[in-house]
Design a protein around this ligand. Structure first.
Ligand code: CP
Length: 311
């Protein structure tokens, strides 16, 4: 298949074939990180800019490592260290970045739609590394990669996503991605954290966590995103942990081969107990490992493929 996209902005705009192609490419990339010398010359001479307006550990580092494993030159800019603090707009900043001829711009922004706007103003490829509460496509792709690797496929699986659905771009991208690939997705959490109309993305809603998780093949726990909440949506963390957290007791009612996932950062003892987070069902660190391979695949397909040779 010829991958002919300029940008990766969301999951909704990717076809099933494109998602499968990205996951297949990421599977091949994974082996590079197992080598003694974890570097190939594939993107030598290419330049990648990481532009992060919000904090990040996993996404930023794994994009950075992915670029370096493919021999691309990678530079980072954060909002606080950029001239945006002097009043420069996002568009002007992007146009100035583009004038330096990068091949890919990776952007994380607190405003939903910022990467989409950016992509309209620059010819450079744009990857959305998380925009507001809207989308986190590379996270959903690495989540699908991890489940496919562990379960052998995605169609027919039941995926439960539990927690602060309202503020989660990961939940939105995962719902769209997993349902597109033939899985059933159910979301659960406090009623104050389940947005109206989430069913329109393809998920069903269960307000009882136990019902949502007991037949699930995969349970994805989400952090409460206090930084995006304008009012108190739950009483205390202790009560939240009791009502909605994934405890060892809850594990007893679940399938014997269930996968426990979390995009991170984890608030241990709140949405998930430490023993479950570190337990035998947890693939949380596999998600992180796959994040590097998946992001290598995105760089390869956007900056190293036929489109860039021909165009
Ligand atoms: N999963 C995720 O986006 O983590 P970071 O915020 O640390 O990048």
């Amino acid at each position: 298949m010829e991958f002919n996209r300029k940008d990766i902005l969301d999951i909704a705009s990717l076809s099933n074939e494109e998602i499968t192609f990205i996951l297949d490419t990421a599977d091949k990339m994974k082996e590079i990180s197992e080598r003694p010398i974890k570097k190939v010359p594939t993107l030598r001479g290419k330049t990648i800019v990481l532009f992060f307006y919000e904090p990040s550990t996993r996404t930023k580092l794994s994009f950075d490592i992915a670029a370096k494993r493919l021999s691309a030159d990678c530079v980072s800019l954060t909002a606080s260290s950029s001239s945006m603090v002097k009043g420069e707009t996002l568009i002007d900043t992007a146009r100035n970045l583009e004038a330096m001829k990068p091949d890919v711009i990776v952007i994380r922004h607190s405003a939903s739609g910022a990467p989409h706007m950016l992509s309209r103003y620059v010819k450079t490829s744009v990857i959305n590394a998380g925009d507001g509460t809207h989308a986190h496509p590379s996270q959903a792709l690495l989540d699908m990669m991890t489940v496919r690797e562990k379960k052998g496929g995605l169609a027919g699986l039941r995926i439960a996503i539990v927690g602060d659905i309202s503020h989660s771009r990961v939940a939105r991208s995962d719902i769209v991605g997993f349902t597109k690939m033939g899985a059933d997705v159910v979301v659960s959490g406090p009623p104050t954290m389940i947005p109206k109309g989430i069913e329109n993305l393809g998920a069903s809603v269960s307000h009882k966590v136990d019902s949502a998780i007991q037949d699930a093949d995969v349970v994805m726990m989400l952090r409460i995103q206090k930084e995006r909440q304008s009012s108190f949506l739950f009483s205390t963390e202790r009560e939240y942990a009791r009502e909605y957290g994934l405890s060892e007791k809850r594990m007893e009612m679940m399938k014997s081969d269930v996968l426990i996932m979390h995009p991170g950062p984890v608030n241990r003892g709140v949405e998930i107990s430490p023993l479950v987070a570190d337990g035998k069902h947890s693939v949380i660190l596999d998600q992180v490992t796959n994040g590097v391979a998946l992001r290598m695949a995105l760089f390869y397909l956007l900056a190293g493929g036929i489109r860039n040779v021909d165009n």
